[in-house]
Design a protein around this ligand. Structure first.
Ligand SMILES: Cc1cc2nc3c(=O)[nH]c(=O)nc-3n(C[C@H](O)[C@H](O)[C@H](O)COP(=O)(O)OP(=O)(O)OC[C@H]3O[C@@H](n4cnc5c(N)ncnc54)[C@H](O)[C@@H]3O)c2cc1C
Length: 304
């Protein structure tokens, strides 16, 4: 029986493991990928993690894993189900094995929705990005597209308008969906051009993005924009399937918890991108992990 099982070996899970191990708790991290997990491995360059500038995502994730490995046991496997009975959790893996624990931290992350167009996958990290806060600074003085029409897309377009020469905001509907305040600001920002009814057909480029092709959904006419980057902001999907029947979530499927990571289920904690919060970044994920480990320690002490 473990004191704590952490599901997900990304930034949040690994930081929770480090803190919990140092607190002398008996910790197991379950990660579905073998060497190193975390979606940050898809980032060509991370330049906003305090103290470690200009590092590849893979290098940073490997350092996280190496550090956490000093304090915790790891198991490769995909968790399929979590059940709580008599104050104990049973975690079931894809191969049918069960693992018992007094507490669980779920840190399974959230994935960005994809456009699903030609060039998107091949050019991810080479001009295709899902995060303006992460990558915007690489596009200073350049031309970019933001794809999407909700609050995230609008706020990313406004953020990029301070950095880039020109921002094309492409949305598949004729009207934007984001808040009125954002829409008003978009209209008065000179270097943002809103293009409605735009269906994106292809992202072009060899080593790096060089153009984007879209068509007007009403007229069918096609246009090619010469650009250096594409920021896709069409929502995220939190990886919460394994706990969806037991824990409280918001309307988008993010698990509801405060900074302490406590969920609606006693002994079940949440850290990282799958928690309802404002900013989904490495720095907030590791901070969640540390907070969660401290909460688990308190919880276990109060149980004795
Ligand atoms: C391309 C890209 C670039 C980015 N660039 C930056 C950047 O420059 N700066 C920045 O701060 N942030 C950046 N981010 C965001 C950052 O990666 C996330 O905010 C951060 O990784 C969240 O950490 P997490 O631990 O919550 O989730 P993740 O890092 O996504 O880790 C979740 C882990 O859980 C595992 N998992 C999921 N389900 C299961 C299961 N059922 N069983 C077992 N394991 C499971 C996954 O395999 C994964 O390893 C970027 C994201 C992407 C995609």
């Amino acid at each position: 029986m473990y004191d704590i099982v952490i599901i997900g070996g990304g930034a949040a899970g690994l930081c929770a493991a480090l803190y919990a191990g140092r607190a002398k708790l008996n910790v197991l991290v379950i990660e579905k990928y073998n060497i190193t997990g975390s979606q940050i491995i898809y980032a060509n360059e991370v330049d906003n993690y305090l103290g470690i500038p200009s590092v590849t995502g893979f290098e940073l994730a490997s350092k996280f894993r190496e550090h956490a490995s000093k304090e915790a046991e790891f198991k490769e496997g995909e968790v399929k189900n979590i059940k709580k009975d008599n104050n104990r959790f049973t975690i079931t893996l894809a191969d049918g094995k069960n693992i018992e624990s007094k507490t669980v931290i779920i840190a399974t992350g959230a994935v960005h929705n994809k456009l699903g167009v030609k060039g998107e996958e091949e050019l991810t990290g080479k001009g295709v990005s899902y995060c303006a806060t992460c990558d915007g600074a690489f596009y200073r003085g350049k031309n970019v597209v933001v794809a999407g029409g909700g609050d995230t897309a609008l706020s990313e377009a406004l953020y990029l308008s301070n950095i880039c020469k020109k921002v094309y905001l492409l949305h598949r509907r004729s009207e934007l969906r984001g808040s009125k305040a954002y829409q008003d600001k978009i209209k008065t920002t000179e270097n943002i051009e809103f293009i409605g009814n735009a269906a994106i057909d292809e992202i072009k480029g060899d080593a790096h993005v060089s153009a984007l092709v879209y068509h007007d959904k009403e007229t069918g006419s096609q246009r090619e924009l010469s650009i250096d980057g594409v920021f896709i902001a069409i929502g995220m999907k939190p990886d919460t399937d394994i706990v969806k029947d037991i824990v409280s979530m918001d309307e988008y499927g993010y698990i509801i918890a405060g900074e302490d990571g406590k969920t609606s289920v006693d002994g079940l904690f949440v850290a990282g991108d799958i928690r309802k919060k404002n900013l989904r970044q490495l720095i907030t994920a590791v901070s969640d992990g540390a907070n969660c480990a401290a909460s688990v320690e308190k919880y276990l002490n109060s149980e004795d």
